[in-house]
Ligand binder design. Structure first.
Ligand code: GLC
Ligand code: CA
Length: 545
């Protein structure tokens, strides 16, 4: 079998609401993505993953879908999407869409029907159980921290949801529901899209409702639960009929289990998984940073557990996480580049989140009114209701809120960032004065130009596709260092995440005079056993065997 296209591909995540607004209503749109295709091409990416563009009441920014086969009018029309797909394909960019099938919106016609009566034909598309307003069917906790159940007066039962109450979970045990979902999946694939990012896919099966979760693991009843394999296998059999890629958001699937999911010689449900574990935090609530030590261990474990079987998805940023250049870096060009080097040469398919390639930073939230995200809002109000000082609550939720990644893309130094001429749906970070596409294109030393170089370099070296991964300097708390090796070449990646200067001792057996710097964010220098690194120094060295 020849190597699938996505193994040597670089992906770019587009958050459509915040990418580019063309009709000045303050919301990004499909026409905006079309307008920026040449930009994406010049960056060198092979595919884009677009967050949900389907019809939605927008409680969770499109992750609450009310029509799977139509486009949210704010974003444009289905026809606009078809144009985007054609134009992207014309210039060799593939298009992946979000597949959100753990739940729908409570405004989806299926749920509206389901709510009507116990014997409605759509009742079993969702999960209902007897309840009273003060006694839910069980006391499981949802991802919002509140109950997984919402009581409904009409039929005196409660329905189940692992996210917000406006996102009722679909009942995957129902074969009729599954057939509807599969029909929809085929509909999009037949339209010509190149794959799916599968949202919250590890939650589609639930434990029996009398199951009591362990105190320290409240979400266990819907994390990769027994029975999910049957559904995943059914979807795989559809996916395998198309030349597409699939990446699953699959928390609860461990690195040990991952090869079963991603190796086509095993169960091979999907091509790769976005693991969540490496987003390890340390420090007091409201002041957390990434725990570098744990991050290194998690990344290495996933590399090793899928080294000979399965495949990894590589990322630092997405629409659910703060900006990496703030929480791991120090908001400089240099740290943005160091962070980029540290994950881009791991084994797997790298993803870049919009603005990451500019070194965009967190937004300085000053008031709860500036926060859009439903999850952060719920957490804030829970805290304030239980007596927390509102200022402190704001600090806690805004420190790590996913809204940081959702402020508009910074195209120009203009006060509206070249994103819109209207009022943007979310505040624009004022550092767009210096961090923006236009200025960075003109600056040879910019983060953007560094990304371009890095992408081209990664794609030019087959060692980065199949080469082995070896982790060294394992016990250093600040420096991440690894080797990628095949029979022709060896690459050494080394990054200092510390704000201090460091001197590390490299393994003797690596020392020879053939190492050459291929990529760095500082002055080139020879590789030596006693290796001195300034804060956020990063290097990629190459050695021909
Ligand atoms: C995933 C998405 C997130 C969304 C949730 C519910 O975690 O990435 O943005 O809120 O699923 O669909
Ligand atoms: Ca618009």
């Amino acid at each position: 079998m020849s190597r699938p296209w996505w193994k040597n591909a670089v992906g770019y995540q587009v958050y459509p609401r915040s990418f580019k607004d063309t009709n000045n209503d303050g919301v990004g749109d499909i026409a905006g993505i079309i307008e920026k295709l040449p930009y994406l091409k010049s960056l060198g990416v092979d595919f884009i993953w677009i967050n949900p563009i389907y019809k939605s009441p927008n409680v969770d920014n499109g992750y609450d879908i009310s029509d799977y086969e139509d486009v949210q009018p704010e974003f444009g029309s289905l026809n606009d999407f078809k144009i985007l797909l054609d134009k992207a394909h014309d210039i060799g960019i593939k298009v992946i869409l979000d597949l959100v099938v753990n739940h729908t919106s409570d405004q989806h016609p299926w749920f509206i029907e389901s709510k009507k009566s116990k014997d409605n034909p759509y009742r079993d598309y969702y999960m209902w159980a007897d309840a009273t307003p003060d006694k839910m069917p069980n006391d499981w906790t949802s991802f919002t921290g509140n109950s997984t159940w919402t009581y409904d007066e009409t039929t005196k039962q409660a329905y189940f949801h692992v996210f917000a109450p406006q996102q009722p979970d679909l009942n995957w045990r129902n074969p009729k529901l599954r057939q509807e979902i599969y029909k929809m999946i085929r509909w999009w694939l037949d339209l010509g899209i190149d794959g799916f990012r599968m949202d919250a896919i590890s939650h589609i099966q639930k434990a029996p409702f009398d199951y009591e979760p362990p105190k320290d693991d409240p979400w266990k009843p819907f994390m990769n639960v027994k029975g999910i394999d049957d559904y995943m296998a059914e979807m795989r059999d559809i996916f395998n009929q198309y030349d597409i890629m699939t990446v699953g958001e699959a928390s609860g699937v461990s690195s040990k289990q991952a090869p079963e999911w991603t190796d086509p010689n095993k169960k091979g449900y999907i091509n790769m998984i976005f693991e969540w574990e490496h987003n390890a935090r340390e420090g007091e609530e409201g002041h957390e940073r990434i725990n570098v030590d744990e991050m290194k261990q998690v990344l290495s474990r996933w590399q090793k557990d899928q080294e000979n079987s399965g495949w990894n998805a590589l990322y630092f940023e997405n629409h659910d996480n703060p900006r990496i250049n703030t929480i791991l870096g120090n908001e400089t060009k240099k740290s943005a580049k160091a962070i980029a080097m540290s994950y881009f040469f791991l084994k797997g398919t790298p993803f870049i989140y919009q603005g990451q390639e500019l070194g965009m930073t967190n937004y300085p939230f000053k008031s709860i009114d500036e926060v859009d995200d439903d999850e952060s809002q719920i957490r804030y109000h829970n805290m304030v209701n239980s007596g927390k000082d509102p200022k402190e609550a704001l600090q806690i939720i805004t420190h790590w809120t996913r809204d940081h990644s959702r402020t508009p893309m910074q195209w120009t130094s203009d006060i509206k960032a070249g994103f819109t001429e209207g009022t943007p749906w979310m505040k624009i970070n004022q550092n767009t004065k210096t961090i923006n596409v236009e200025s960075e294109m003109a600056d040879p030393d910019s983060v953007l130009n560094f990304y371009k170089k890095m992408i081209a370099f990664r794609k030019s070296e087959p060692t980065f596709i199949e080469g082995n991964y070896d982790w060294f300097l394992q016990s250093d708390p600040d420096v991440y260092a690894y080797l990628r090796t095949d029979d022709k070449k060896q690459f050494l990646v080394i990054v200092n995440f510390s704000k201090q200067k460091k001197i590390v001792t490299l393994p003797k057996e690596l020392m020879n005079d053939k190492w050459q710097v291929k990529l760095t964010n500082t002055t080139e220098k020879n590789l030596t056993e006693q290796f001195e690194m300034e804060p956020y120094d990063g290097f990629v060295y190459e050695c021909e065997n």
